[in-house]
Every structure is written in structure tokens, then in C-alpha cells.
Design a protein. Structure first.
Ligand code: 5GP
Ligand code: ZN
Length: 113
């Protein structure tokens, strides 16, 4: 989608601090981190929110979960603990309408995102 911020990040039109990339998935650091580790994991294809995911996306969704686990290990927060969360739709406070998972950790977490 041409007017989607995370689609632009996915194709490199807007720069990001990348931590992982392959043909389907991109992980990059949040521009306004809420904790020492705050990474956003997105599918490269445009999906507006978790509410729009279909059965066809099952492999992609599994890949995102496993990537979150690996990135937590890479960041050194697997033992101390972390959160993986997504906002879907207006009541959640979702700001960017492109599916993304927040991987957050590195300190004791309160109410965030
Ligand atoms: P949401 O509220 O939609 O779940 O989260 C959107 C997240 O995207 C926020 O944590 C916000 O800081 C982050 N964000 C918004 N614009 C940019 C950007 O241009 N670059 C990066 N790296 N993160 C962004
Ligand atoms: Zn998009």
C-alpha cells in the first residue's frame, strides 16, 4: 500500500534500524522505544492488523513468533523475560495500520504500548 508507513519501511523507502530481514519478514527498532529492547516485527506484505490475518498467513504468523523468540535470545532478554504484543483496531490504540508485533524487554515492564 503506497500510503502505509510500514510498507515504505519494508521496501526501504523510509530508513529503519533493522535487526533482521528476509523476503517475508522485517524486524527493526521502534523509533520511540518504551524499554531497552523495543523491536517491531512486521510481515513485508501489507496486512492491516491481526483482524485481517487469514489461514493463508499461517506459516508467516508462525515465522514471526519464532523470530520473536530468536531475537529475544539475541538481545539477551530470553531469561529475564519479555513481552510480544500486537494492537488490532481502534480500541487497542493501534497507530500504524500494518500488522506489527512489539518485542519489548530489558527491564521490569509496566503498562506499555
Ligand atoms: P501501535 O501503537 O500501532 O501498536 O505501534 C506503532 C509503533 O510504531 C509505535 O511504538 C511507534 O513508536 C512506532 N513508529 C511509528 N513511526 C515509526 C517510524 O517511522 N519508524 C519506527 N522505527 N517506528 C515507528
Ligand atoms: Zn502496509
Amino acid at each position: 500500500m503506497s500510503d502505509c508507513l510500514f510498507c515504505k519501511i519494508a521496501v526501504g523507502d523510509i530508513p529503519s534500524n533493522k535487526v533482521y530481514e528476509d523476503d517475508e519478514v522485517l524486524a527493526f527498532r521502534d523509533i520511540a522505544p518504551k524499554a531497552p529492547t523495543h523491536i517491531l516485527i512486521i510481515p513485508k506484505k501489507h496486512i492491516a492488523a491481526l483482524a485481517e490475518v487469514t489461514e493463508e498467513d499461517a506459516c508467516l504468523m508462525g515465522k514471526i513468533q519464532l523470530l520473536a523468540k530468536k531475537l529475544a535470545e539475541q538481545e539477551g532478554i530470553a531469561e529475564s523475560g519479555y513481552r510480544l504484543l500486537t494492537n488490532s483496531g481502534p480500541d487497542s490504540g493501534q497507530e500504524v495500520a500494518h500488522l506489527h508485533y512489539h518485542l519489548i524487554g530489558g527491564e521490569k515492564l509496566g503498562d506499555i504500548c
